[in-house]
Ligand binder design. Structure first.
Ligand SMILES: Cc1cc2nc3c(=O)[nH]c(=O)nc-3n(C[C@H](O)[C@H](O)[C@H](O)COP(=O)(O)OP(=O)(O)OC[C@H]3O[C@@H](n4cnc5c(N)ncnc54)[C@H](O)[C@@H]3O)c2cc1C
Length: 387
């Protein structure tokens, strides 16, 4: 629910809905079944300019605030589509925009905005460090004008469908750094030249169609000129982008939740059993109403986090709370939607089971619920940290 005076981006929303109508359930079912990338959908979004709304006009984008990107992703998900194939471009470019040099921004952002370059991959997670990013082991060692990168990443989405990747590496050992968060750096990797020259990408098949991969770095050379910002300060740059990422993902969850609530309400009204609509039974009706209430409450928190972000205010707690509430609301709404549909909730052609699988991710990625609870408990409520 937007606050009454918040920008609703009605025109953008209507445009996204029209675009999504060209990509109905059958399109997504086919992609899901064949585990293939929705190239046509991403292309259409790119051509319409929706993926570059947050890139400043000076670099070829529309220079709109976060709320516009939230509206776009929410409508994509409410329409039954999936923004997971391309949402990263909206927040990953922020690392380049905020911390890149003017030369890097001039070189890359206009082409990202036009769609000539895809900046869809973001490499942080590793198999041995998990959520504890300070323990990443992928190492970049300086050799002349290059860094030589060795290590491994896991769960990196869209790596096969991106021209550039924002990569977090260690440039100094954790033990040798003043703080555990020091000694990490951000490199912009050109995937077009890296693959086969020190970078190997291995797809991971998952329960939904997400394009997740494992990355292996074996003496990959990355020019020092591709480092974003200062050496050793990379963790802060990544952290900086996380609020935007969480708020955008929360907006997707609100879209999913609204998809489920309206599908459930519609079916409950139409489906006749025992001589009347199932939705007349409060046992069917109340869970849908509850899912709606949960969704709108979560949407209120998303709007609050978004407003703080746009005002340049601290919003870490609100971004985290919005992501937690929205991901739980979409899951609860999905569960209710399946229950309302009875057997048909499991039928692939109804798209509900697909959306149910897709929305489950957001309680784990980009940050899992426990870690949000831990953040709120320790940062907001002042309780002791367990790690
Ligand atoms: C489909 C998919 C796409 C992804 N895309 C990307 C991507 O593009 N780029 C990228 O860098 N990463 C990506 N990720 C990784 C994602 O961000 C991580 O999976 C997520 O942050 C959880 O980390 P983990 O899997 O290492 O879990 P772990 O850190 O191993 O945690 C496992 C479980 O233990 C819990 N836990 C861990 N420590 C604690 C603690 N101290 N207290 C309480 N509970 C704890 C967690 O909450 C979680 O439930 C993706 C993941 C998936 C599944």
């Amino acid at each position: 629910m937007m606050s009454p005076d918040a920008e609703d981006y009605a025109d953008i929303r209507a445009g996204v809905v029209r675009l999504c109508e060209q990509f109905p359930g059958a399109y997504w079912r086919d992609k899901d079944e064949t585990r293939s990338y929705p190239t046509e959908f991403v292309q259409a979004l790119t051509e319409a300019g929706y993926l570059s709304v947050m890139i400043p006009e000076a670099y070829g984008g529309s220079g709109l605030p976060l709320g516009a990107a939230c509206a776009i992703l929410e409508e994509i998900h409410r329409s039954g589509c999936n923004g997971g194939a391309c949402h990263a471009q909206m927040y990953t470019m922020g690392t380049l925009l905020r911390h890149g040099s003017e030369a890097q921004k001039q070189r890359y952002l206009p082409e990202v905005a036009s769609g000539a370059l895809r900046l869809q991959a973001f490499g942080v997670t590793e198999p041995n460090s998990g959520t504890d990013t300070t323990r990443i082991g992928t190492r970049a060692v300086r050799d002349g004008d290059d860094y030589v990168v060795n290590g491994q990443k896991i769960w990196i989405s869209r790596a096969e469908h991106s021209d550039l990747m924002v990569l977090l590496v260690r440039t100094a050992d954790r033990e040798a750094s003043a703080k555990s968060t020091d000694g990490m750096s951000v490199l912009l990797v050109d995937m077009r030249t890296a693959v086969g020259n020190g970078l190997t990408i291995k797809p991971i098949n998952t329960m939904m169609n997400h394009g997740a991969t494992e990355l292996f770095f074996d003496d990959l050379r990355v020019p020092v000129s591709n480092r974003i910002g200062e050496e050793g300060a990379g963790f802060r740059y990544i952290l900086d982008g996380m609020n935007a990422e969480r708020i955008l993902i929360a907006a997707e969850c609100i879209g999913d939740a609204r998809f489920f609530v309206s599908a459930a309400a519609r079916y409950a009204t139409d489906r006749q059993v025992f001589g009347g609509p199932i939705g007349a039974n409060q046992g069917v009706q109340f869970p849908i109403a509850r899912a709606h209430i949960q969704t709108e409450a979560a949407a209120g928190m998303v709007a609050r986090a978004q407003a703080l972000f746009e005002a340049g205010q601290p919003c870490g707690a609100e971004a985290n709370m919005a992501k937690l509430l929205a991901s739980e609301a979409s899951w609860a709404a999905g569960d209710t939607c399946i229950q309302t549909h009875g057997g048909f909730g499991f039928a692939v052609d109804f798209d509900i089971e697909r959306k149910f699988r897709e929305t489950r991710l957001y309680q784990v990625a980009p940050i899992s619920t426990n870690l949000i609870l831990s953040h709120v408990a320790t940062h907001e409520l002042g309780m002791p940290k367990s790690f």
